[in-house]
Design a protein around this ligand. Structure first.
Ligand code: ADP
Ligand code: MG
Length: 540
């Protein structure tokens, strides 16, 4: 193409693509759910913008918020099209050439060793999974702010972006054209695609339509030529279909006979009724599990440990589904510490608003996954305005109560599930992937996350936790301390003065020691030695 501009992929993307292309054992099916998930994200974005500016949707077909899948068996092309927000030239270069999310490096490393691509969607690089089945991909995209462009790459370290002067105008949105590899022929079978959409994309909230063939029996005029009797005709475009119908009409009075004919029409593959709008009694365990997988982008087949689906009524109305994940997320520490992200998706009247609202759950419950859909919140305001809406406080309060109820119930119903050492013990450990070792009154916390957890876990069943590595530990009676303080007054004073103030905050008499003369501890609100180590390892 004469107007193509050439670019090189960011080194990390290239490495990722190499792994994808050479991955022999991965489940190739996953590419479809990744592309559909991107299409759905893009539709969510334009629908959100349309809340405050209706004109962004455009007119006619362009305004239809849907996903279309089409096959071209002869050319071995599978295309997935959406009428979502689309990408400008700049977007194409940035989004499909570089990796935005942190932690991808680690993922690339992990994939290289394990070859498992199942979690790719969680790392913000799902698009590239399309190269599992295609050796050449064209991305045609039209954003409201730009003219239509084509991005293309053969996964050879480079890609090109051109102004699109030859394809049909999309109106708005994106069409991903996959030129399938020879060994990926199965993805040209309609049955395979239907099966995959059912399996992986069941909970996409936009219609997914397949340009699907259908056998129909039609009456056509009987011709002299008998050999034409068994012939089946393939009609593949809508215009041709119409022409055929006209022909039939005009010749209706002649003698007719029945023939089988293959016609194409859009077939809806998913049921777009949102699961959270259904009554909890009607939703099966399997459906909740599958919904969890799609929410968490975790298709590892593990069942969530618990869930709570409820409908809050009163001043603030909302529906919510909360899940306790089967295991800690790969980025649990990172997202806990660096982002404030609650893992909840917020919808207002079925419209997806954001999954980055930190006002919905407190940090210590950020390991939960789920969704909230409120009828009370206003639709036509910005995210920032919404974030300050007074109803959010009520929603948060109810969510916390339901979340804690769920966790408590989990602990009661199935103590083995949540606790290893003591049937009446702490229900939090396995939920967070930690297993404290309990020796009588003392719990040994050995996992890095314990440091974070213990900042919030003040007590359990009326018993207060005390950190033995911090000052102020109370053990037994400290009746002697006063006396000792007096007796060693001069020594402690001398000691403190001898050690520079940047080394220690204070020198005190303690009653915690038995055989050792002294111990270095952390001040009450300071970082423990373990926490210092964790922080240090994170900055390296
Ligand atoms: P993620 O979806 O987690 O961000 P992907 O690798 O799947 O990661 O997609 C990368 C980016 O490419 C998306 O964030 C989005 O900006 C852009 N993108 C991909 N597909 C589409 C699409 N169909 N419409 C608009 N933008 C898209
Ligand atoms: Mg994606």
């Amino acid at each position: 193409r004469s107007n193509a501009e050439k670019f090189e992929f960011q080194a990390e993307v290239s490495r990722l693509m190499d792994i994808i292309i050479n991955s022999l054992y991965s489940n190739k099916d996953i590419f479809l759910r990744e592309l559909i998930s991107n299409a759905s994200d893009a539709l969510d974005k334009i629908r959100f913008l349309a809340l405050t500016d209706k004109d962004v949707l455009g007119e006619g077909d362009t305004a239809k918020l849907e996903i279309q899948i089409k096959l071209d068996k002869a050319k071995k092309i599978l295309s997935i099209r959406d009428r979502g927000i689309g990408m400008t030239k700049e977007d194409l270069i940035k989004n499909l050439g570089t990796i935005a999310k942190s932690g991808t490096s680690a993922f690339v490393e992990k994939m290289q060793s394990s070859g498992d691509l199942n979690l790719i969607g969680q790392f913000g690089v799902g698009f590239y999974s399309a190269y599992l089945v295609a050796d050449y991909i064209e991305v045609i995209s039209k954003h409201n702010d730009d003219i239509q462009h084509v991005w293309e790459s053969k996964a050879d370290g480079k890609f090109a972006v051109s102004e699109d002067t030859w394809n049909e105008p999309l109106g708005r949105g994106t069409e991903i054209r996959l030129h399938l590899r020879d060994e990926a022929g199965e993805y040209l079978e309609e049955s395979k695609l239907k099966d995959l959409v059912k399996r992986y994309s069941e909970f996409i909230n936009f219609p997914i339509n397949l340009w699907a063939s259908k056998e129909v029996e039609t009456e056509v005029p009987a011709e002299e030529d008998e050999s034409a009797e068994e012939e089946t005709e393939t009609t593949s475009t809508e215009e041709e279909k119409e022409e055929d119908a006209e022909e039939e009409d005009s010749e209706k009075k002649q003698k007719t006979k029945k023939v089988k004919e293959t016609v194409y029409e859009w077939e809806l593959l998913n049921d777009v009724k949102a699961i959270w709008l259904r009554s909890p009694k009607e939703v099966t365990e399997e459906e909740y599990t599958k919904f969890y997988h799609s929410l968490a982008k975790d298709f590892s087949d593990e069942k969530p440990m618990a869930w709570s689906h409820f409908n809050a009524e009163g001043d603030v109305e909302f529906k919510a589904v909360l899940y306790v994940p089967p295991k800690a997320a790969h980025d649990q520490y990172e997202s806990y510490y660096n982002t404030n992200k609650a893992n909840l998706k917020l919808y207002v009247r079925r419209v997806f608003i954001s999954d980055e609202f930190d006002e919905l759950l407190p940090k210590y419950l950020s390991f939960l996954k789920g969704l909230v859909d409120s009828d009370t919140l206003p639709l036509n305001v910005s995210r920032e305005m919404l974030q300050q809406h007074s109803s959010l406080k009520t929603i948060k309060k109810k969510l916390i109560r339901k979340a804690l109820d769920m966790i408590r119930k989990l602990a009661e119903e199935d103590p083995d599930e949540v606790h290893d050492d003591d049937k009446k013990g702490i229900p939090y450990n396995k939920l967070l992937g930690i297993r404290p070792l309990i020796v009588f009154q003392v719990i040994f916390f050995t996992d890095p996350v314990d440091e974070y957890l213990m900042q919030y876990l003040m007590d359990y069943e009326d018993k207060k936790f005390q950190n033995v590595s911090k000052e102020g530990l109370k053990v037994g009676k400290d009746s002697k301390v006063k006396e000792l303080k007096e007796a060693f007054k001069e020594l402690t004073k001398w000691w403190k003065e001898s050690l520079a103030s940047e080394n220690v905050d204070d020198v005190k008499i303690s009653n915690r020691l038995a055989d050792t003369p002294c111990v270095v501890v952390t001040s009450k609100f300071g970082w423990s030695a373990n926490m210092e180590r964790i922080m240090q390892s994170q900055t390296l």
